[in-house]
Ligand binder design. Structure first.
Ligand code: PMP
Length: 380
């Protein structure tokens, strides 16, 4: 198989170190090796989101299960959740609430932007909400929400704050304890660069208390209280964990910590700037409004004359996989992920392959200009 460079907004390329951990023989899910591996993955995860207290959960599933778990375990009857949405995945939070009859209100920003902290503040003074939910980076629009500012608005209020970090955690700063986030939910396949297959949550003491105060929730597998004893002692059984995937994820957390979490945030920022400089040099513009541009992916407008499907299939032939637009942007943009364990040579490769693709589509540009722009940003 000719491997393609996977620059969709997740899954991101899986590092060979993670692949080789995944390939080890499957062992007992309650044996000593898995007990150690799970405990290490949970501990590392808490370090990555700067959570000292609170509980980490790693469960077979994916990001959507983690979204569902976060809502089901915190929104009680009589509670109302406020969902700040900047796109497709924020709207999914509202769909989940609807599916389970959880009382909620959706506050949507224009696509390409995010709800402003002052808009949140105004909303909170108009009505009582028990839980506020926000996507950190909405993968449909490439917009990064001002999570730290939201947390500041929520500080000292009796409101839980849930953050969907699926497209951010491990690549963009999220400080649970300091900022006052109650749940960060995420998945393995984006900034961690592990394969998809895990629902991941870190839950504050306050949010755990909230779950304990709810008499029953409309869930069985998704009930944090059924998983809590297993996370505290992985030799116990509730439902068979995905042994190999947990090993792979544990390796991904080690890679994050070896790079250095602060260093990793800086690298994501630099790579995002470099890629965007290269794209801008070729005349591309971005769907996301500048103040909201995310470090983990770019949503790029097609210039006149470039047709989505033909462009993406040629780019694929030239070695790079990118994604099309979601919802209202379908056919008008392509989405390029730049998160996880990418190297600068992979970024250079992506732009060389892009120039080759554009060249065969008859698009006019100065050959080599995007690579020069990338080099300038990366200081090479
Ligand atoms: N939230 C965000 C921001 C996402 O980007 C995604 C996946 N693209 C999800 C949630 C859902 O995750 P999954 O596809 O793993 O269920």
């Amino acid at each position: 198989m000719r491997e393609k460079l996977l620059l969709i907004p997740g899954p991101s390329p899986v590092h060979p170190r993670i692949i080789s951990r995944l390939a080890l023989p499957t062992v007992s899910h309650v044996g000593q090796e898995m007990v150690e591996e799970s405990a290490a993955a949970l501990g590392n995860l808490k370090k990555i989101v700067f959570c000292e207290r609170g509980e980490a959960f790693i469960i077979a599933g994916a990001g959507t299960l983690a979204m569902e778990m976060a809502l089901l375990n915190t929104v009680d009857k009589g509670d109302r959740a406020l969902i700040l949405s900047q796109g497709f995945f924020g709207n999914r939070m509202a769909e989940i609430c609807r599916s389970f009859g959880l009382d909620h209100e959706l506050m949507e920003s224009k696509w390409g932007k995010a709800v402003l902290p002052e808009e949140l503040e105004k909303k909170l003074s108009s009505k009582r909400y028990s839980v506020v939910v926000s996507t950190h980076v909405d993968t449909s629009t490439g917009a990064c929400a001002p999570i730290r500012d939201y947390a500041e608005v929520l500080r000292d209020r009796d409101v839980l704050f849930i953050v969907d970090g699926v497209c951010a955690t491990g690549g963009i700063e999220e400080r649970m304890d300091d900022w006052g986030i109650d749940i960060i939910l995420t998945a393995a396949q984006k900034c961690f660069g592990a394969p998809p297959g895990l629902a991941i949550l870190v839950v504050s003491e306050r949010a755990m208390e909230k779950r304990k105060s709810i008499i029953s929730i409309p869930a069985y597998y998704s009930d944090l209280l059924r998983w809590l004893p297993i996370m505290k002692d992985p030799s116990k059984y509730f439902s068979t964990p995905c042994v190999n995937e947990i090993r792979g994820f544990c390796e991904s957390t080690l890679i994050v910590l070896e790079e250095g979490i602060e260093q990793r945030f800086i690298r994501h920022k630099r790579f995002a700037r470099a890629i965007r400089a290269g794209l801008a040099e070729l005349g591309f513009t971005f769907f996301t409004e500048t103040p909201f541009l995310a470090d983990t992916l770019s949503v790029i407008n097609y210039p006149q004359g470039i047709e989505d499907k033909r462009f993406r299939s040629l780019y694929y032939e030239n070695g790079v996989v990118v994604a099309g637009g979601l919802g209202e942007t379908a056919g008008k943009v392509f989405r390029m992920g730049h998160m996880g364990n990418l190297s600068s040579s992979q970024i250079h490769f992506a732009l060389v392959a892009l120039e080759k693709t554009l060249g065969s589509l008859g698009y006019k540009f100065e050959p080599g200009s995007s690579s020069r722009a990338v080099k300038a940003v990366l200081g090479e």
